[in-house]
Design a protein around this ligand. Structure first.
Ligand code: MRU
Length: 348
């Protein structure tokens, strides 16, 4: 994706250093950060300097590969096993993180030098799959469509292109008129901060809407289609995504609006029978109690927005039952959210 005329990926590796776009500063500052140890990668995932299912998958893969390079020769197995457990404990919900760690760990066990090759290929595949999702999803978008999206499942959430936004980029590039309604996505505002920044950068007409405005807009016929990303998809099609997705899906069903999930094969978890088995991350209450923004000079400030003395509850994801999902846009085509189609299409 281009920023200021230059091509960027969200995350990449050079020699033994991982470079990534520091997402906690966007859209107010564009900064490339660097980490050189698996522990540094874990910190970046934990504090959400890098976030989004595919991007944390790529970071987790690089972290696992770095652990193989850091391991002392005589205690290699103990070191990499401990590192694997630590990387897997950073964030629980996005399947891509576990998918990448398992693959890189397996490759490193077979041959140490293979860990890095595997991590790079997972990142490259993430970008390729996202592009393919764009091509598949573009076919669902007609000229003049207004599309609702939630959170950020654009290129910042993956290595490049993204999932929910990838079809929108391609539709725009192919000359279709599209308009995007962007849920602000409290408490961390990934929609207002990241999706809006991406769309603005690409010259795609859009507006940020309050998180509670979508049903009203649907009721007035303003939304043609909903596309969101996914953090983990169970074998029966139940899908975990950013908190607030479920209520959009229920509203879309009420108003007969197609509701699509866009995700690569690496987000499917066939060991999870249904959404009930998906672990939902609970984050710090401070993310709800305080909000962050910039003044006119671009300096970041954090202010309390809830009544002093009150506490908050902060589940980061919810699960949309398969019955509310029209289809899942994958790099292999649009698949029905049923166990049979999912098992027939996704094989890992
Ligand atoms: O908590 P985040 O920002 O890492 O959440 C993940 C997401 O970006 C969303 O849930 C997204 O819609 C799907 S993952 C690209």
């Amino acid at each position: 994706m281009k920023v200021g005329g230059l091509d960027y990926r969200t995350i990449w590796m050079e020699n033994n250093a991982v470079f990534f776009i520091e997402q906690n500063l966007l859209p107010f500052e564009f900064r490339i950060a660097k980490v050189t140890s698996y522990a540094g990668c874990c910190d970046a995932i934990r504090d959400m300097s890098i976030r989004g299912a595919g991007a944390i998958g790529a970071m987790a893969g690089f972290a696992m590969a770095l652990a193989f390079t850091e391991a002392p020769v005589k205690d290699l197995m103990e070191f990499v096993r401990k590192a694997k457990a630590e990387i897997e404990s950073t964030r629980p919900t996005a399947r891509n993180l576990f998918y990448a760690v398992e693959k890189v760990f397996g490759a490193g066990i077979r041959l140490e030098s293979e860990a890095m090759t595997e991590a790079r290929s997972i990142a490259d595949k993430d970008a390729m799959d996202s592009k393919a999702i764009g091509e598949v999803g573009n076919a669902l978008i007609r000229d003049g469509y207004s599309i609702l999206t939630h959170c950020n499942a654009g290129w910042l959430a993956f290595v490049d292109y993204g999932t929910a936004l990838s079809p929108i980029y391609l539709a725009h590039e192919s000359g279709k008129q599209v308009f995007v309604y962007v849920d602000e996505t409290r408490p961390r505002s990934q929609g207002a901060r990241l999706t809006a920044w991406e769309l603005h950068n690409s010259g795609i007409p859009h507006a940020v809407i309050p998180d509670n405005a979508a049903a009203h807009l649907m009721s007035r016929g303003k939304i043609s289609l909903v596309i969101t990303g996914a953090d983990r998809i169970a074998a029966n099609g139940d899908t975990a995504n950013k908190i607030g997705t479920l209520e959009k899906a229920i509203a879309a069903r009420e108003f007969d609006i197609p509701f699509y999930i866009a995700a690569p094969s690496s987000t499917f978890d066939l060991q999870c029978k249904s959404g009930d088995d998906i672990i939902i991350e609970n984050r710090n209450e401070e993310e709800v109690l305080y909000q962050e923004g910039a003044d006119k000079e671009g300096n970041l400030h954090r202010i309390r927005v809830c009544s002093p003395g009150s506490h908050a509850i902060n589940p980061a994801f919810d699960v949309t039952p398969a019955r509310f999902i029209t289809g899942i846009i994958t790099e292999k085509g649009v698949i029905e959210p049923t166990e049979i189609s999912i098992r027939n299409t996704i094989n890992h």
